[in-house]
Design a protein around this ligand. Structure first.
Ligand SMILES: Nc1nc2c(ncn2[C@@H]2O[C@H](COP(=O)(O)OP(=O)(O)OP(=O)(O)O)[C@@H](O)[C@H]2O)c(=O)[nH]1
Ligand SMILES: [Mg+2]
Length: 291
């Protein structure tokens, strides 16, 4: 009899709680985009993490929030789908935040067991941590356990995985243990470019942008990546290009460096920008973009 364990863990919580950062931290590889700005993640991403004989498939999800915009509704559906598939939910609550988002989550009466991860604990003092733990105390019959973490603390990873594996059923591995994600390289590349846009462009442009990888040409020495950024308005094109092309240049360099780090190869990148009015509001376009 094999002692293999394998299961799906949905990572959920409000925008900016640290969900995508957690995935990257667990993998020691950057596959999910992270941003200081909220609502960065749009689609489900997964990270496959091996710990002893346990295979975890962590599912990153878009932050839970209420908005009428069609794109946001698609994002909420992604989160609901991820929860439906999971053996365990990790509910992320920043240590610096109030409990409201956790109460909202409980009010939805989740059927899958959950663990609360108190994130960003490097931002608070020990005294504040104790206060936070006592705030959660009245809810302890709801969660399996509560674990304070910080992605700045490398050693905490084994402790966390050790706690989580108790909730993963005995089951043969779902994926090749060598794999770090079932995400296609192209999707990861597109996320890198999206992260670069969040990094260098302010206001509404990041939220109005979609990235398509048109073509990847792989060669022995260098891979060539051709991408298009779709924006909603003509003037957003100019913002992305920047004066004398300096913004798009910064975006290209930032994304290229992450691609080179991931692949260990030299990358050539060419990004075009197109305008497609209302892509975030048009259901057909959203479906065509893979939502
Ligand atoms: N100090 C500190 N910052 C963190 C930690 N974890 C995440 N962050 C920061 O929190 C911000 C948001 O992180 P993300 O991982 O993008 O958050 P998210 O929950 O995926 O956000 P959405 O995709 O928008 O829902 C980023 O600036 C991260 O660098 C942590 O443990 N400590
Ligand atoms: Mg995210």
């Amino acid at each position: 009899m094999s002692e293999q364990r394998a299961g799906f863990v949905a990572v959920i919580g409000k925008p900016n709680a640290g969900k995508s950062s957690l995935l990257n931290w667990l993998l020691d590889e950057k596959i999910a985009m992270v941003s200081k700005k909220a609502n960065a993640t749009r689609k489900r991403t997964n990270a496959i993490v091996m710990y002893g004989l346990t295979q975890f498939v962590f599912i990153d999800t878009p932050g839970i929030h209420n908005s009428e915009k069609l794109l946001n509704k698609f994002m909420l559906e992604e989160t609901i789908k991820a929860i439906g598939d999971a053996d365990l939910i990790l509910f992320l609550s920043p240590a610096t935040d109030f409990l409201q988002s956790y109460k909202d989550f409980l009010s939805k009466e989740p059927k899958t067991p959950h663990i609360v991860l108190l994130t960003k604990c490097d931002k608070i003092t020990n005294k504040q941590l104790l206060e936070k733990l006592s705030e959660f105390e009245p809810y302890k019959s709801n969660f399996k356990t509560l674990i304070p973490i910080s992605i700045k603390q490398k050693g905490a990873k084994n402790y966390l995985l050790n706690e989580l594996q108790k909730f993963i059923p005995k089951h043969p591995y779902f994926y090749d243990p060598e794999l770090i994600s079932t995400q296609m390289m192209r999707e990861i590349y597109a996320e890198y470019i999206r992260e670069a846009i969040f990094e260098f462009v302010s206001e509404e442009v990041p939220y109005s942008s979609h990235v398509l990888i048109d073509r990847v040409e792989e060669n022995e020495k260098i891979d060539r990546v051709y991408a298009t950024i779709i924006v909603e308005k003509e003037n957003q094109k100019n913002i992305l290009i920047g004066q004398g092309g300096k913004t798009i240049k910064k975006i290209s360099i930032y994304a290229r460096q992450m691609m080179e780090k991931l692949t260990g190869k030299q990358i050539f990148i060419k990004i075009s920008i197109n305008c497609n009015k209302n892509w975030t509001k048009n259901e057909k376009i959203l479906i065509n973009f893979g939502f």
